[in-house]
Design a protein around this ligand. Structure first.
Ligand SMILES: Cc1ncc(COP(=O)(O)OP(=O)(O)O)c(N)n1
Ligand SMILES: Cc1ncsc1CCOP(=O)(O)O
Ligand SMILES: [Mg+2]
Length: 527
């Protein structure tokens, strides 16, 4: 046993690592090999109000299905009003906790939050050298959201000198980034680009500057720099008092995704989307009487409770046979929109888009509602072309917008984090922008010439492949596609090409359901 002195920890006995029973080791190893979950170790402070700190980290990791162990660096007395007290855990006891976890458990990723002193930073760096992990996520916590100081200023020396060079990513907010750079003013997105690059020079492999405190704008903008490229990552700004713990949650989500094997940029994207969804779900909860309430991490549980009003998360495999309606064709064959939607689904369409260019708003809304019921009852997502207002009014699953329609990030701000947004793209630049702006998929084309959309530039299979290979989002090909060429499209050799979007080959035909069935059968043979 090891007994430590000082502070809250003084009476807690700790099992010494050297006393691990070698008798049990074989059993433990066998068990961990069979069922070892991804594992994040958080090294952070406790928040008695459970909005931030260790408590937020535990909840975020649990929500993302990742095991989370904890090294507590400080105990804070804290609530929605502010921080009433801080009791730093004795440094040798922080070291003991680190040793206990790292020497025994196979930790994939270490995430740091409140590190109250330079001594703790030094101990952490020493421990990580002794017990290396796959990735280190550093949230350089210095001041709480209520403005209370959580680390003394000497910590900056420890961050710059030792911890940052070991970090895979650091995630400062604007105030922290400013402190790390000697007090430089950061007020604009351009300043954030500068700060990301300057902090990258301190040694971390990636930097995410969180712009939540930028003067009010429609979007919450973060800037991510990986040493080569700077990306602006946008999310809709959610109007709520319940933002306490978002920084800890974001960093823990990044760590959790890395522990699952994700690359850095996708991990950051997933983390941002998680925080945005959690804020949205938590915006009206009332916990405490102070100015900053906690967010609720277990939105998944809530979304299953509310599943009648919210669709399931977007699944890219639903792009396989994407049926796009056309009011001209529907009229030409004297059919109703609801009948063609039913027929397409019966034939195997996996997603429906209502693309109705010449229907009055009132009629479009009624038809969209009726088609929504048909799609919902059959488990098929319904997307509305161009019209965000119609999508909102009829409770559709999402929208599809083109380059001259509502900008993607405005659509995202209006629709919230969970609706599907597809964006038409012909170029790599457009595809990367769609991803950065929060789209879920891109529609790429026209691949072949078509008379369905006038004056539409054709990009061919080569253009499609170029965009697919660069896109970070799943892709559906569109334009002149039908039974005769669908397999040549699917065979271009791009894993993120998930399907074909088709208008005339389904809806300008004698029998919509049998044409859809033929194409569906053909696509099921694609590699
Ligand atoms: C899946 C899919 N991809 C592309 C488009 C084209 O959208 P857009 O460029 O906005 O042109 P219109 O369809 O509005 O004429 C699409 N609708 N669906
Ligand atoms: C909407 C659209 N966007 C690019 S091509 C196109 C039309 C596709 O129609 P079709 O499948 O009849 O060629
Ligand atoms: Mg459009």
């Amino acid at each position: 046993m090891v007994y430590t002195g000082g502070g809250l920890s003084s009476k807690i006995p700790v099992e010494s690592t050297s006393s691990s029973s070698s008798r049990n080791l074989g059993l433990v190893v066998a068990m961990t090999q069979k069922h070892r979950p991804p594992h994040v170790l958080t090294v952070a402070g406790s928040d008695s109000g459970a909005g931030a700190g260790i408590q937020a980290d535990l909840k975020a990791c649990a929500a993302l299905g990742v095991y989370c162990s904890t090294v507590i660096t400080a105990v804070t007395a804290q609530n929605t009003v502010g921080v009433q007290g801080v009791n730093a855990v004795a440094e040798d006891f922080v070291e003991a906790q680190l040793r206990s976890v790292l020497s025994d458990m196979q930790v994939d990723v270490v995430k740091t939050g409140m590190l109250p002193s330079i001594g703790v930073v030094e101990i952490l760096c020493k421990s990580l050298k002794e017990f290396p992990v796959q990735a280190l996520v550093v949230d350089p916590v210095m001041v709480s959201t209520s403005g209370d100081v959580l680390a003394d200023s000497s910590i900056l020396v420890g961050f710059r000198g030792e911890l940052f060079p070991m970090a895979d990513i650091v995630t400062p907010n604007l105030k922290e980034a400013s402190a790390l750079l000697g007090g430089v003013e950061l007020k604009t997105v351009a300043d954030m680009h500068f700060a990301a690059k300057a902090i990258h020079d301190l040694g971390p492999r990636n930097v995410l500057i969180k712009g939540g405190d930028l003067p009010a704008s429609l979007d919450a903008v973060d800037v991510f720099f990986d040493g080569e490229n700077c990306y602006e990552l946008r999310a809709s700004r959610i109007n709520t008092r319940n933002t306490h713990g978002t920084g800890c949650t974001l960093a823990s989500c990044i760590a959790a995704e890395l522990a699952k094997g994700s690359l850095m940029l996708p991990a950051v994207q997933v983390a941002k989307r998680f925080v945005e969804s959690a804020l949205d779900y938590s915006k009206d909860i009332v916990i405490g009487s102070g100015p900053q309430g906690p967010l609720d991490h277990f939105l998944k549980l809530k979304s299953s409770v509310n599943s009648s009003s919210r669709g399931a998360a977007f699944n890219p495999s639903s792009l396989l046979l994407y049926a796009v309606t056309d009011s001209g064709m529907t009229k030409k064959w004297s059919r109703s929109m609801t009948d063609v939607v039913k027929a397409a689904i019966e034939g195997g369409a996996t997603i429906i888009q209502l693309r109705e260019k010449d229907v009055e708003t009132r009629e479009f809304m009624e038809l969209a509602k009726a088609c929504g019921e048909i799609c919902r009852s059959r488990g098929i997502p319904l997307v509305i072309n161009d019209r965000i207002d119609i999508a909102l009014a009829c409770g559709a699953d999402g929208v599809h917008v083109g380059q001259s329609d509502m900008p993607t990030r405005v659509a995202r701000a209006l629709l919230g984090p969970e609706k599907i947004i597809g964006v038409s793209c012909k170029t790599v630049e457009q595809a990367l922008q769609a991803w950065a702006d929060g789209a879920d998929y891109i529609g790429c084309g026209g691949v072949f010439p078509t008379s369905t959309k006038a004056n539409n530039l054709t990009i061919g299979l080569d253009g499609l492949k170029t965009v697919c290979l660069a896109s970070k989002l799943p892709v559906v090909a569109i334009g002149g596609i039908g039974i005769g060429n669908a397999l040549s499209v699917m065979d271009i050799g791009a894993p993120n090409l998930k399907g074909v979007a088709v208008v005339s080959a389904l809806f300008d035909r004698e029998c919509v359901s049998s044409e859809t069935r033929k194409l569906s059968d053909l696509l099921s043979t694609a590699k």
